[in-house]
Structures are given as C-alpha cells and as structure tokens.
Design a protein around this ligand. Sequence first.
Ligand code: DGL
Length: 261
Amino acid sequence: MIGIFDSGIGGLTVVRALMEHLPGYDIIYFGDTARTPYGSKSPKTVIGYSLENTDFLFKKGAKIVITACNTASSVAMESMTERFDMPIFEVITPAVECSIKTSKKLRVGVIGTRATINSGIYEKKIHRMNSKVKVYSVACPLLVPLVEEGWFKKPETTMIVKKYLHPLKTRQIDTLILGCTHYPHLKNIIQKKIGKGVNIIDSSVAVAGKVKDFFKKHPEVCNQISKKGEYRFFVSDITEQLEKTAKALLKKNVLLEEVKI
Ligand code: DGL
C-alpha cells in the first residue's frame, strides 16, 4: 500500500493524482480531521502529529508514505526521516523542481498556509537550486476553510482569492506554486485571477510524478506494494460535512473510517 496523510481531507488531491498517474496501486489515506488545521499550529505540534500519522500508516502496512500536507512537509520532514527507515515523500521538492523548469522570467509566486509561508521552505529550496529566481510568497489562511466548506465557486471565494493574489500580480510572476493541499480545488478561480499567462504548479501532480520515477528506480520497493486497486480512507473525526466534501473532492463515493491514533 501507498500511505498518504494530510491534516484533513485536502490531501485527497494527492490521492486523485495517484489514481490517475499510478492506477491500481492500493492506497491507505489518513486525514487528521480531529486535529486540523495544522497551518496555524507551531512546528513542534505539527512534528508530533506527523510522527504519529506516519507511524499509523506504516503499522497498517504502507511501504512508502507521502506527506500530502504542505505544512507537515515544511516543518516535519527531518524528524520523520530520522525516525523511520522507510521511503517518505514530501510535496515541496517536486513542486519546486517543476517551478524552476517552468519559470522563464525567474519570478515565482508561492501561496500556502501561514506555517508553510513562515517556514520559508519554498524560498530556501528554490534558491538552493537556482539563486537567481525571485520568490514572492503570500499566506492565504482563509482558503482552507472555504474549501472545507465546499465553497469552490462562490463569489466570496473569488473575491478573497483576488485579494490574496493582488501582491503577486504586481510582481509579474510567470509561475505560481499552490503550496497547500486544498488549493488545487480552487485552481480555476486562481488561474482566472492571476492571469492566463501564469503557469500554476499543483504539488499533488508533481509528487505523483516523483513517486512514479522512484518506483522505476526502485523495483524492490514497488514490488512490495499491493496492487488490487483498493483504497481505504481513515480520518480521526467524521462529520456529515466531511463526508459530503470528500465525495465532492474525489468525485465518487468515499467510505470514511474513523480511527483514534
Ligand atoms: N493540509 C494543510 C497544508 O497543505 C492545509 C490545512 C491545514 O492548515 O491543516 O498546508
């Protein structure tokens, strides 16, 4: 199984990308809906949660784990790779690599939660690969609750997106990284507001490509992963709204199972 975790159900964007790019691979998902949001918590707390989530997925039989949450990827990767001797993926590096390939003007925008933007991880990683790239980051804390509420097409959402993107528009970026699991669900509005000429990098698609490459290079890991096309979705708290949103995000019926970890 491929294990995936997120602070909530936003990480279903990564599940969707994997279903498309690696069809048939069994997936076990954990959404920490009881403790979400991670984006407004301290790094210490997010690290503790991430270690518990990863441990749960490996104990359930995952052979690799994808940290679908950008916030956890920003602050907890070092602790996770120190603790577990198994392949663990994060969503930041693949998006950074794509942005460097894509940006002709070397002007890249990043949007994410406060914790992700405050960590400065995107700037650090981009500059490690190319110090000439100008990086402009904006925290967009209101977007996660809008997606969780299923407000994908409301005029209020459009207005808020426009306000957040304004500083990036004035910087004339040509590439925009969606540095949060939830944002791919607002991709159309974001594209409209940032302008057609800006390439949008969706980290869920980028990480799926990374895992696919890894499997090609490491058939010994790939062969251990069951491929019966089975999907299990665990969450730490179930509500009716959550079930509705999960269904809307994956565009299919999703059976959520509650687990206390
Ligand atoms: N999953 C988080 C991320 O990608 C967003 C939601 C949260 O704040 O927990 O950053």
